[in-house]
Design a protein around this ligand. Structure first.
Ligand code: IMP
Length: 234
């Protein structure tokens, strides 16, 4: 098995083996999580903020105007790849609820304002998003409360998309009174009951358990497998 850096990277056309993959997010938690997984494959990684300070520059954050997670992740990966000249990995994630036809989907972080940016803090937004979802699901029976967190990761170089993977985390939205519950995590975690038992919300999971089960963990593992497969084929 070739796990060497050149083997993994050399298969992605126009990705020079000596250059790192840029984890194109300002979220330090995501940078560390992905660096640990990709580092295990011998793929060097650098966070966007780290690259900005190395180059004494600031990259422009692209507008995410896509209607799917795939489009938004590709917009970010391509934009940063073109700005940095390096291969960039970007992700987009959110919650899909069956009874709401897949909403909040790509507007998950600003569902309470129909996707519009406001001056609200993250904590205020999270509480308002959860209240809106619980209100919209009032009276909806258990069998229609199915939901999943989705994470799409896209790897791109300046000339185009190289790889795209998707991870999901299945559950159901609890009923008002039963949830919100739990103090870990963020976003919709306090109202999301984890499948298949539906006993705990994802805000009640320990961090290691959330990483093991989560959509982000699944997407990161799929990415690592895809890179490894390319290295084996090469
Ligand atoms: P982002 O892709 O990390 O910006 O996530 C978009 C939005 O989806 C977040 O602001 C949350 O509302 C929601 N979301 C994504 N992942 C999670 C999660 O693991 N738990 C709870 N909410 C999440």
């Amino acid at each position: 098995m070739r796990r060497d850096r050149a083997g993994v990277l050399g298969l992605c056309s126009a990705m020079p083996a000596s250059q790192p993959i840029v984890i194109a997010t300002g979220n330090p938690h995501k940078v560390e999580e992905l660096r640990a997984i990709l580092g295990g494959l011998g793929v060097p990684c650098i966070g966007l903020r780290e690259l900005e300070s190395t180059r004494s520059t600031t990259f422009i954050e692209p507008e995410e105007h896509g209607s799917t997670f795939e489009t938004n992740a590709a917009i970010k990966a391509l934009s940063y790849a073109q700005q940095t000249g390096l291969a960039c990995l970007a992700d987009d994630s959110g919650l899909e609820i069956d009874a709401l036809g897949g909403r909040p989907g790509v507007i998950s972080s600003h569902y309470c304002t129909d996707g519009r940016e406001t001056g609200m803090t993250r904590a205020e937004r999270d509480a308002a998003n959860n209240a809106r979802v619980l209100g919209e699901l009032q009276g909806v029976p258990l069998e229609r409360r199915g939901a999943r967190f989705v994470c799409v990761m896209v790897l791109a170089n300046p000339s185009g998309v190289l790889l795209r993977v998707r991870g999901t985390f299945e559950g159901r939205i609890g009923e008002l009174g039963e949830v919100p519950r739990g103090s870990h995590g963020f976003g919709y975690d306090p109202i999301f009951l984890v499948a298949p038992e539906y006993l705990q919300t994802s805000a009640e999971l320990a961090q290691e358990d959330k990483n093991r089960l989560s959509h982000r963990g699944a997407a990161a593992r799929a990415l690592a497998a895809a890179l490894e497969e390319r290295s084996l084929r090469g």
